[in-house]
Design a protein around this ligand. Structure first.
Ligand code: ZN
Length: 165
């Protein structure tokens, strides 16, 4: 490989260790797990992180701060739905922060969190849990490889033969 090929760039499979902090709290990390693998330039990871990783070399570490707009988006004030409490399914516990899977009118799965509970209504938040949040990543590039033809074709990594579609 030439020196240029040793850098993170479009069309390479990148392995990285990472830790994600939000508001000073660690919310995700590859510690104790396999590094995260992704296909660079294919939109597999959030744009604000992918852009900052370009040009990094194996062994290099970096802190990356991603604004909401470059991460999971701003919190959408229209993404809340209030359900009258007496229409709320009795088998779902009324707990703040509880994650629910609901179906839209087309039968697609959507995820929501119980955001507020009053005597009259239960308010559901359909925003991504990290919407509106500034993301603090600590990343270390631990490997680079060529994708297989199939990976390139699909635009994502197939790790250990597992193939989720
Ligand atoms: Zn695939």
């Amino acid at each position: 490989m030439s020196d240029e090929n040793k850098k993170v760039q479009a069309g390479r499979v990148v392995s990285m260790d990472y830790t994600l902090h939000v508001n000073g709290e660690k919310i995700d990390s590859s510690e104790g797990r396999e590094p995260l693998e992704y296909l660079h330039g294919a939109g597999n990871i959030i744009p604000g992180l992918e852009r900052e990783l370009a040009g990094m070399e194996v062994g290099e570490s970096k802190e990356v701060i991603v604004s909401p707009a470059d991460g999971y988006g701003e919190s959408d004030p229209d993404a809340y739905i209030e359900v009258p409490r007496n229409e709320f399914p009795a088998n779902i516990p009324l707990e703040l922060g509880l994650e629910l899977q609901v179906q839209d009118p087309n039968g697609n799965a959507m995820y929501a969190r119980i955001d507020e509970i009053t005597d009259e209504v239960v308010r559901l938040d359909f925003n991504h849990p990290l919407a509106g949040k500034e993301l603090h990543f600590r990343v270390k590039i631990v490997g680079l490889r060529e994708p297989t033809e199939e990976e390139l074709d699909h635009g994502h990594v197939h790790s250990d033969g597992e193939h989720e579609h």
